[in-house]
Design a protein around this ligand. Sequence first.
Ligand code: 13P
Length: 254
Amino acid sequence: MNRSVRKTVIAGNWKMNNNRAQTKELIGEIAPLVKDAGCDVVLCVPYTNLETAVDAAAGTVIKIGAQNCHHESAGAYTGEISADMLAEIGVEYVIIGHSERRQYYGETDKTVNLRTKAALAAGLKVILCVGEHLAEREYGITDEVTALQTKVALSGITAGQMKDIIIAYEPVWAIGTGRNATSEQADHACAAIRATVAGLYGDQIAQATTIQYGGSMNAANAAELLSKKDVDGGLIGGASLKSKDFAAICGAVN
Ligand code: 13P
């Protein structure tokens, strides 16, 4: 990370875990542990826990995010939630394009782009996920894959809007597998994504863009991953469900 030019952000992605009581309890545990963190701290929780999380995080350093949003502001989209609905209840961040959404719910680079635009229009900050599958890494096309995903996702996004975008590099093979990318692999991929952003918006904006690593990041490997110059934080799944582990990752920033 290069803290002189960009923010370090540690975000937890709880995925489909925790009920409301657990949400309140876990945020209550995490808040005092991260109050002096040298990074921004975000927790992305299931829709039904968002209001509880916003209340529990009030007065703490923790910001609350959702894990997806629809690209229309209203309409006949059964089961969907709009970005405006999230913003209305005090949500500040939203994850867009997580590989689990791409894999299980048919999200494409095009819908990721539409959702990103809708989230920004609603005043949300976006954690935009990109990353290659194992076969793509083995073919040696990781940088091409993340460049394509990044370019389509950011299509039509202005330079001025880039301050509200965090990019999360999440290699699909590292998610939930216990097999994290090496710090060199993470740094290389984050640098390649930064080069793509530079190609679109110029070097100054690229240098100011926070690019996280995600995929089996934990209390034991966070310091090494975060020591790399192009890794500006983490998007944490499993380890964000345990207060001490998540706090240790935030602590690794220092
Ligand atoms: P894990 O940390 O459980 O591998 O999950 C990473 C992830 O998908 C965060 O969005």
